[in-house]
Design a protein around this ligand. Sequence first.
Ligand SMILES: [Mg+2]
Length: 162
Amino acid sequence: MSIFSILKNAAPSMKFERVTDIFPEDIKRLGAKTVFLDLDNTCVCYGSNYVDPDIREWVSRLKESGLKVAVLSNTIPVRGHIVASKLGSLPCFCLACKPLPFMALLAAKILRTSPEEIVMIGDKLTADILCANIIGAYSIKVDKLAGVILRQQEERLRVAAQ
Ligand SMILES: [Mg+2]
């Protein structure tokens, strides 16, 4: 695989600022029925176990709409399972070594779904999006969560200062 085909493979199907901007209809319009969610900088700040209530609600809206949702993370299992249960008792596949495709394919097999029915949502082109494109799944790139929170804080301070 040349560097050019790797870069081409790191192009997402769609882009959003944060996960809560993604509606179930956006995912279904792609043709996906299963969502693989990255954790760090996508659902929680890097290394944090704190789950924002907005994100927990967003996950439950996806599930209510009939989508299957699972966590696919490079983090260690102990932490991954804590965060996945806070997100709404999600199936959790850790030590995924994204962009390597093996854990994503195993997760698809365990969840009885196929790559063409999966959308991978994550913040990293070279991990989440590349992994999705290697296995033939859809992908949605979101901005790094910490950056979004910082911008919102800046905006609040700016408004408060006026
Ligand atoms: Mg991430």
